[in-house]
Design a protein around this ligand. Structure first.
Ligand code: HEC
Length: 150
């Protein structure tokens, strides 16, 4: 049952990403077979943003069943691990501020994953602001035109 719920969840995420036809790019400097599949914008819109909603709306969409808690675990794990994807060669925009901004997401995501495993709603509520700050900090520094009038 649990495996099936998780599979359905990851299928939904994959389906969402492939609909926007990402252009695969290689990372010539990396000495690993790892390569990008989604663009930065696709990672944000299809992956990080929907997963973060699970944390931001924890008070009104509190998991009620074991399956829902498993889904929240998967989403918070995705958030934490997505910070590692942002740090990949060819995706990291520099080795200084970008890395420390991404680390904020790694830390908030990891703490949220722990709290989801413990089914600790109060801890997740407390982490919501930290998670939001991690998004906004990097966006202020790197998202084009963010917070500026057009
Ligand atoms: C380490 C940097 C970094 C972090 C952390 C980060 N973002 Fe982003 N985000 C970006 C950049 C850079 C862009 C602009 C991408 C582009 O337009 O190519 C962006 C764009 C976006 C977009 C617009 C995507 C689009 O093009 O439609 C959304 C939505 C978004 N981020 C959500 C989030 C959320 C939610 C979080 C936190 C949970 C987050 N981001 C954390 C760097 C970051």
């Amino acid at each position: 049952m649990r495996a099936r719920a998780l599979l359905a969840l990851s299928m939904a995420v994959l389906g969402c990403a492939s609909a926007s036809a990402p252009t695969p790019t290689t990372t010539p400097t990396a000495k690993t077979p790892a390569r990008h599949v989604g663009t930065m914008s696709e990672l944000m819109a299809d992956f990080i943003y929907p997963a973060s909603d699970a944390v931001f709306y924890i008070s009104s969409r509190t998991p009620a069943t074991s399956e829902e808690w498993m889904a929240l675990q998967a989403q918070t794990l995705m958030l934490a691990e997505s910070a590692n994807l942002l740090m990949m060669p060819g995706r990291a925009l520099d080795q200084d501020r970008w890395m420390s901004d991404a680390k904020l997401l790694l830390e908030a995501g990891e703490a949220a994953y722990r709290a989801a495993k413990d089914r600790d709603v109060a801890a997740l509520e407390a982490l919501s602001d930290q998670m939001y700050e991690s998004c906004v900090t990097c966006h202020r520094n790197y998202r084009p035109d963010y917070g500026r009038p057009r």
